[in-house]
Design a protein around this ligand. Sequence first.
Ligand SMILES: Nc1nc2c(c(=O)[nH]1)N[C@H]1C(S)=C(S)[C@@H](COP(=O)(O)OP(=O)(O)OC[C@H]3O[C@@H](n4cnc5c(=O)[nH]c(N)nc54)[C@H](O)[C@@H]3O)O[C@H]1N2
Ligand SMILES: Nc1nc2c(c(=O)[nH]1)N[C@H]1C(S)=C(S)[C@@H](COP(=O)(O)OP(=O)(O)OC[C@H]3O[C@@H](n4cnc5c(=O)[nH]c(N)nc54)[C@H](O)[C@@H]3O)O[C@H]1N2
Ligand code: SF4
Ligand SMILES: [Mo]
Length: 725
Amino acid sequence: MAHDDTAVAEPAAAGTGAPTDIRILKSVCRSCHGGCGVKLHVHDGKLVKVEGDRESPLNHGRLCPIGTATIDLVYHPDRLKYPMRRTGARGEGKWERISWDEALDEIARKLQAIKDEFGAEAIAMGTGTGRHHIRWVSRFGHALGTPNWCEPGFAQCFHPRVNTSILTMGDLPVNDFTSGTKPQCIVYWGHNPMNSGPDGETRFAVRESLEGNPKIIVIDPRRTELAAKADYWLQLRPGTDDALALAMLNTIIEEKLYDEEFVRDWTHGFEQLAERVKQYTPEWAAPITWVPAEQIRAATRLYAATRPSMMEWGCAIEHTPNCIQTVRAISMLPALTGNVDVPGGWVLGMKGLGRFPSLIENLSPEMNAKRLGADRFKMLSGEGADLPAAHIPTLLEAMRDGVPYPVKAFLVFGNNTLTTFGNAKMAHEALMKLDLLVVADLFMTPTCELADIVLPAASWPELDQLAGLPTIAANVVLAQQKAVRIGECKSDEEIFIELARKMKLDLCTEEVDEVLASQLAGGCKVPLDELRERGFHSMPIRHYKYKEKGFKTPTGKLELYSTRLADMGYDPLPYYEEPPESPISTPEVAKDFPLVLTSGARIPFFFNSEHRMIRVLRRAHPDPIVEVHPDTAAALGIRHGDWIWIETLRGKIQQKAKLTPGIDPRVVHVQHGWWFPEEKGPDHGVWRSNANVLTRNGPPYDPAMGTYHLRGLLCRIAPVTPAAS
Ligand SMILES: Nc1nc2c(c(=O)[nH]1)N[C@H]1C(S)=C(S)[C@@H](COP(=O)(O)OP(=O)(O)OC[C@H]3O[C@@H](n4cnc5c(=O)[nH]c(N)nc54)[C@H](O)[C@@H]3O)O[C@H]1N2
Ligand SMILES: Nc1nc2c(c(=O)[nH]1)N[C@H]1C(S)=C(S)[C@@H](COP(=O)(O)OP(=O)(O)OC[C@H]3O[C@@H](n4cnc5c(=O)[nH]c(N)nc54)[C@H](O)[C@@H]3O)O[C@H]1N2
Ligand code: SF4
Ligand SMILES: [Mo]
């Protein structure tokens, strides 16, 4: 199949005779964070074509392979179509069909009993990244009275960027793709938008920004498509991004490459920053990052001299326990070089969507303080968080060990916990201890297999929602429309409303459209019906908004020295900390596990653990792939295409070796999210190739965000011998 840029989805599903009822609904694809505009063609109640909307400013009619396979997703024969109750032991794989009434009555009754005996905090809510319903999960939790909801991306992905940017410049900056000015330089930092539908933007806009032939700097341990054509590819040791960013800041300040006027008039704490980064010379960074000092200097000079410049940053910078300082240090590069809120650079958003009614005000201060992690990780679970969430490792301990208090129920709406939480074995132990596990999903995942009750969730063409793109900034607002319905599936939003009504809660009972209308009223003010008709509303970007009222920070300036971090008791200036497991911090571990392991580079055919059951996508990428340098492989007797063991202190898995000179001989990269839907349940092969068998979720955590360590661990590899396989 085409690698990308396919204008029209699957051919029309075969029908008999001419359709009598033909509808074309404008909507928005939600199979990734992206939000590409689409037209849904419905013939006699069946979705027959999904077409990229040529009018959409985000994708101009294009769809990626995943969007192209929408019809295969919606009508997949393995979709969950009705609620089910476990009949055997937990995880035994025995089920009976039940009605929605039975399912919701039973859930409501058990939740009430747990709440009465242990308090609302003993009920936890879970979800996955960037879903249409992500904020509805915490909303239902807040209505129920529990502060404990979680998402595996909150401490590890995007929200460190969101929360840190709010402290530093009052808002999340996004790249200016739509105002027409092309960037002269783009930095891709731990981010590969050629594969990922990235956080907060759409992949096609990202590609269009390359049309002006900008200078390119790529910071990635692997030679990606972009790295291959970059002016500078800084091939760093995984997990050391902070050291590289600090050395670049050092170069910019020592060589006076910064925008003097912007720094003088609009930043706070420049002198303190200059003093702090004096020690972080490129010579200091070179042995840590493996990037030669002269290369750091040369790339920094090019970056600082070429304006306007975009900073494309990805989740790789957030997968270490020093993530807040890493994100802060990187964000200071555009700040010092005057690339914030400028045409063709970073811009602060237009906020086309008003505040989502999160109902957090329903929680008392005492209940907020009970949120697991709130006592330590204020940027994840407390006052420094845009939307406070529970700390996942602490939550898993509460489920497994009952400390600091027991968590007895977990309601998961769109997360395959066993594949995407760090330390999957511990996640499994925790789920096995629950009194009540409810999972709503599209398919019977290995996580669903552990549940007491499984609920069939509607996929994105089956429901009404709004999307604000880029996320948080919301310069474009799009309406997602219900075009069809499969089996007895319900949208997550509908499930929450029905459950809230069953439990006779005072809140979270209004209809979906009422909530959507309130979000529009607080933002772009386009009526819901009109937005559905038009599909999207695009807000022209204004630049230099800080010149009107200053930055939305306590000092009104862009805070290089963060007064809010200082108030919360964290270091207000960036610093470097070596990853807790590495050749430098744990040389004794490195003796047995000599290679540096990183994981999770995105695959264009799958979204995290999803889509392996969709034949057209799986054919394009049948197996989990581990990347190894040919010299490393040769020394161990590994050939291209061999299945190999990858082992860490936590456990071992198998993936298929791809030998490539595009990775450092000391580094190995494994894909994440693998399970095998075609294999027998209840495991569906989840333990064979799952990257999170290898990762850790123990301390030390990021002091402010609670982030655990996913990239830059230590591993060893070996061929899978026939006897061992
Ligand atoms: N098709 C598709 N799109 C997706 C997803 C998907 O699974 N599939 N997932 C979504 C999600 S949840 C996210 S967060 C985004 C992620 O998308 P991106 O932000 O683009 O991140 P990744 O693809 O995970 O990794 C980007 C690059 O980081 C490199 N890398 C690995 N370790 C390090 C390191 O230590 N430092 C640096 N600098 N680079 C490193 C990898 O080699 C990879 O090329 O994509 C989203 N979009
Ligand atoms: N080792 C390693 N681990 C990682 C990462 C990594 O790079 N390396 N990346 C991390 C990151 S950045 C992130 S964000 C997380 C991602 O983690 P998650 O976002 O939680 O992704 P999944 O676990 O794949 O969960 C998605 C599940 O939701 C289901 N689903 C899809 N649509 C709907 C819907 O509308 N409703 C409901 N109820 N269910 C739906 C899918 O079928 C699937 O089972 O993973 C993290 N884990
Ligand atoms: S990039 Fe994302 S939103 Fe766009 S078509 Fe692909 S999956 Fe859908
Ligand atoms: Mo993510």
